[in-house]
Design a protein. Structure first.
Length: 210
């Protein structure tokens, strides 16, 4: 599929094996102003992902959404063994999203190229995860009460890459084993400074705020 817009939905408690939204083999997808939620009263495998992007999907933008009370936020690239399908694809942008009490995968990206800017992350164990050679540019985000804001190691045999600039990390650590080469997205945009992100995102993200 191509040229898909998903807006203004409330999506809650996606029971495994289903995700809240799954984007598969699709291009030019815009996920905008939705509210995703679950709970953390069950173990981490009771629910599946809130928003997963896989099977060679490309040019996906995730903007102005809320993600709340979940273990597995957003997985991009479903397997370490999908290089033939995903390499050269999985180009994703996340901006102005609010992740609250989401344990990890904010997002977790394999093989692709990601731009993560002007997001507000609260209460994560590990937030941005670049792995299997993925390239992540992490820019002007705010991390609050988060243990690890960005990691390029963990869980896979091959590390990813990351570049960081303009973030408010709070007390969060970073685990950058490899600095990436992706520093300039191939599109025009204006990133607001981290100092204004909390106000913008808390007032503007989620369903019903179009």
């Amino acid at each position: 599929m191509t040229n898909v817009v998903v807006r203004n939905l409330n999506i809650s408690k996606p029971l495994k094996p289903s995700d809240g939204i799954t984007v598969q083999a699709s291009t030019k997808v815009w996920i905008d102003h939705n509210s995703f939620s679950a709970d953390r009263d069950h173990d981490k495998d009771y629910y599946d992902g809130l928003l997963d992007i896989n099977h060679g999907s490309d040019y996906v933008t995730v903007s102005w959404n809320t993600f709340k009370d979940h273990y597995k936020g957003s997985l991009v690239g479903h397997s370490d063994n999908s290089a033939s399908e995903d390499t050269g694809h999985l180009r994703v942008t996340y901006h102005h999203n609010h992740f609250s009490n989401v344990y990890s995968r904010i997002p977790s990206l394999r093989f692709g190229t990601g731009h993560f800017y002007d997001n507000y992350v609260v209460g994560a164990e590990t937030a941005v995860h670049s792995r299997m050679g993925a390239q992540m540019l992490v820019e002007n985000n705010v991390f609050s009460n988060t243990k690890v804001a960005v990691t390029t190691s963990r869980d896979s045999d091959v590390d990813g890459y990351a570049n960081l600039r303009g973030n408010d990390l709070g007390t969060a650590a970073t685990e950058i084993s490899q600095v990436g080469t992706f520093t300039a997205p191939p599109y025009g945009y204006t990133a607001e400074p981290a100092s204004t992100v909390v106000a913008s995102v808390t007032s503007g993200a989620g369903a019903g705020k179009l």
